[in-house]
Design a protein around this ligand. Structure first.
Ligand code: HAM
Length: 435
């Protein structure tokens, strides 16, 4: 009797493979992001994927969805650990741990990588997702706040994402936040019985979170809630007015949204979110979010430095971006005919690679037809064919797989001939031709 087939294993729900073909789009996105942040003076920082759980509980805050429901936390050798749900807390921890404030007056830090939140998977929402983010520590703004928002708008423009909307708000500093909390509780308490269970629970614990609720039962109470902008103190107001004046002068489009709160507790003063409305984006249209977290470094045991940052979701950026993939990197295929040709084909492949051309040598051989079929599967534009007769004469056949033109040339002319074919335009099919 045949042995049972081993059971097939699958990726964890909400955690996706990124296959060749897609990875090229990631590289293109990452290259633009890196170029934009480089020209703004950010330098990359890489922090561990796993951090002590209290780092996230203390910075993101109890009563938030991330801390209460979504963290991948575990205990390893008695130490509570969490796979990072975001990057800001880790960057601030590293900033404090390495006393970066003693080494530079302002730190402009960039990071990129996977983050983990156990949310319900949907289009644009995964459990392992990728962020690119920037954090600036040591600058009170509002100049840097305006520059950051302007940089983000320019970044999405360069990525070809049209139809982005920038929402800004101010949460004020500690005093304002506490005052607004009281005003908000006074508004929500009489409406308690009309609210969702989650929001009822949050009135006592974390009332600002109610404003973030998507539950239909909460929408009326949110729409009628008092505006935080009405309770800003003089300093907060000056800061927010300063930010708006700068954005106006820069011509950066934005909309003030006084009910914008975000799912993390560390924010104070400037808050912003960029939403997209096009491409393949569905309901998860928050492309990027950020804000000021002036109190956090001190709360985590560090110096009292002001700070601001943002993170963009890379999966969502890809959904919003136009697909401009080309076959530019498709390999040149070397097709050896017969055993004797294989060694020569490997040498020819080496010559092309040394010249910087992506090349695959079909050293397992086969018929010409089979090898050209493989070239098509790779999306190759050029095949180089060589058999006994070509070897004896020191020549190769260069085939343009788009036009079917073929030229025989001395091996010494191979590189320039292949480059010539790759650079030549592919003729559009004549009407009535092709499938
Ligand atoms: P966040 O709003 O939680 O902020 O996440 C930033 C972005 O990450 C979102 O706008 C979204 O594009 C993407 N994102 C979040 N969760 C998911 C998910 N489950 N699936 C796919 N994409 C997702 C932060 O994380 C803050 N650390 C941003 C920040 C930096 N604030 C100050 N500095």
């Amino acid at each position: 009797m045949a042995a049972p087939r081993p059971q097939q294993l699958h990726a964890v729900k909400g955690m996706n493979d990124i296959l060749p073909g897609e990875v090229e789009r990631w590289h293109a996105l990452e290259a633009v992001v890196r170029d934009v942040v480089r020209t703004h003076g950010y330098r990359e920082i890489r922090t561990p994927l796993i951090e002590p759980t209290p780092l996230f509980v203390r910075s993101i805050g109890e009563g938030t969805d991330v801390v209460d429901k979504e963290m991948y936390s575990f205990v390893f050798h008695d130490e509570p650990l969490t796979v990072r749900p975001e990057g800001t807390a880790s960057v601030v921890r590293a900033y404090i741990e390495h006393a970066l404030h003693t080494k530079e007056p302002v730190s402009r830090l960039f990071y990129e990588g996977p983050m983990f939140r156990g949310e319900r998977p949907a289009r644009g929402r995964t459990r392992q997702f990728h962020q690119a983010g920037c954090e600036v520590l040591g600058d009170p703004g509002p100049g840097i706040d305006a520059e950051m928002i302007d940089m983000i708008v320019g970044l999405y423009r360069r990525l070809g994402v049209k139809d982005v909307e920038v929402l800004v708000n101010s949460l004020g500093g500690k005093g304002t936040k506490a005052r607004y909390r009281d005003v908000l509780v006074a508004h929500l308490e009489p409406l308690r019985s009309t609210l969702s269970d989650d929001s009822q629970r949050r009135i006592g614990m974390n009332p600002l979170r109610v404003l973030d609720s998507k539950h239909p039962k909460d929408q009326e109470a949110i729409a009628s809630a008092p505006s935080i902008l009405d309770v800003l103190d003089d300093e907060d107001k000056k800061h927010f007015d300063g930010l708006r004046a700068l954005l106006d002068q820069l011509g950066t489009p934005y909309k003030v949204e006084p009910r914008l709160v975000r799912g993390l507790d560390y924010y104070a003063r400037t808050l912003f979110e960029v939403r997209g409305h096009g491409g393949e984006l569905g309901a998860q249209n928050a492309l990027c979010g950020g804000g000021r977290y002036d109190g956090l470094p001190e709360e985590l045991g560090g110096p009292p430095v002001p700070a601001i940052g943002f993170a963009m979701g890379l999966e969502r950026a890809l959904l919003a971006m136009p697909d401009t993939r080309t076959n530019a990197d498709a390999p040149v295929l070397i097709a050896p005919l017969g055993d004797r040709a294989i060694a020569r084909a490997l040498v020819v492949a080496r010559t092309l690679r040394d010249a910087g051309l992506t090349t695959i040598c079909e050293s397992r051989g086969g018929t010409m037809k089979a090898m050209l079929r493989r070239a098509n599967a790779f999306g190759s534009r050029v095949a180089v064919v060589l058999g006994d007769s070509e070897i004896d004469r020191g020549v190769v056949q260069v085939k343009d797989l788009a036009s079917h033109a073929q030229q025989e040339l001395p091996e010494s002319e191979l590189v320039s001939a292949v480059r010539g074919v790759l650079a030549s335009p592919v003729a559009a099919p004549k009407t009535g031709e092709g499938p």
